[in-house]
Design a protein around this ligand. Structure first.
Ligand code: OAD
Ligand code: ZN
Length: 284
């Protein structure tokens, strides 16, 4: 299970880190509250702030991190059952991890849909529109609907694939690794409680998840029950530090330390070269 913290070393801000998190840096949009930028009701009234932000954070401008390559390596070694991510930066795909192994719980920029007629648009179309500026509008004659990337906003349901996979995977999971998430957004955070009681759970993060608000717990039907400090804890481990360092430490313990370092170096250099070549091709 992963969140924004696995991508911060790629230069993408997370949401809730004080100071650097996205929600502390949205003043210029004059939002009623920071989360409004990802709220479907607000978007339907004022889509402009979201598209302005999308221009800054558009996927494709960033490189996967050592942590992403560690996840890919888990799969290469035949150990990854599934990677559940809340991220919409597509860096898991860029690292080469097969789409079958990924559950993009909060959707993806890969496809977009017109909110009025439902016409689907591809990533390149959306990218072009976003960089043109303004709000992307449907090209079906007479429609003029706003086209929204298929990322899950507050107030929208998670993709069907999330629920289908959870049903199958969670009972089979024999080690749950949680990385770079504050474990506060539902229903994602509550996945921690869906694995068997005998499944060890390792949480790699800069800080512990904030304690669950008992009122929200009642309302939402259970948050994350991860608690390494609980008396009688027999299976939860909290590892404090960066996701990249945690992933590297784990790889070293598995005997893949050097392999991971080499993969990161080669893959990142390959992406740099591709980016250079494609911008040179555009110029000529
Ligand atoms: P958050 O910003 O809530 O949490 C990120 C966590 O990662 C925090 O606990 C940070 O301390 C930690 N962190 C940041 N950088 C790190 C690093 N390099 N190494 C280790 N830990 C690091 O982000 P998420 O939990 O992903 O949803 O947020 C969940 C959802 O809230 C997002 O998917 C998004 C947001 O609103 C929607 O927009 C629907
Ligand atoms: Zn339309």
């Amino acid at each position: 299970m992963a969140g924004a913290g696995i991508s911060t070393s790629a230069g993408i801000p997370d949401f809730r880190s004080p100071g650097s998190g996205l929600y502390d840096n949205l003043q210029k949009y004059n939002l009623p509250d920071p989360q409004a930028i990802f709220s479907i009701d607000f978007f339907k009234e004022s889509p402009e702030p979201f598209f302005e932000l999308a221009r800054e954070l558009f996927p494709g401008q960033f490189k996967p991190t050592p942590c992403h390559y560690f996840i890919k390596m888990l799969d290469d070694k035949g150990l990854l059952l599934r990677h559940y991510t809340q991220n919409i930066d597509t860096l898991e795909r860029v690292s080469g991890l097969n789409g079958d192994k990924i559950v993009e719980a909060h959707g993806t920029f890969h496809t977009s849909h017109c909110l009025a007629c439902g016409k689907e648009y591809c990533l390149d179309w959306m990218k072009n529109e976003v960089f043109k500026g303004g709000v992307p509008k449907c090209d079906v004659e007479g429609c003029e609907g706003v086209v929204k990337p298929d990322i899950v906003f507050f107030g929208e349901a998670l993709p069907k694939r999330f629920f289908d996979c959870v049903k199958k995977d969670m009972m089979e999971c024999d080690l749950l690794i949680i990385m770079g998430t504050s474990l506060v957004v539902q229903p994602f955070a509550s996945l921690t409680s869906r694995v068997p009681d005998t499944t060890p759970r390792l949480y790699i993060n800069r800080e512990k998840s904030p304690p669950m608000d008992p009122f929200m717990d009642l309302l939402m039907g259970g948050g994350s029950d991860f608690n390494a400090d609980k008396e009688g804890n027999y299976r939860d481990v909290f590892w404090e530090g960066s996701c990249d360092d945690g992933a590297q430490a784990l790889a070293t313990l598995l005997g893949w330390g050097e392999e991971l370092k080499t993969t990161v170096k080669t893959e990142q250099a390959r992406i740099d070269k591709e980016t250079k070549d494609s911008s040179a091709a555009k110029k000529s």
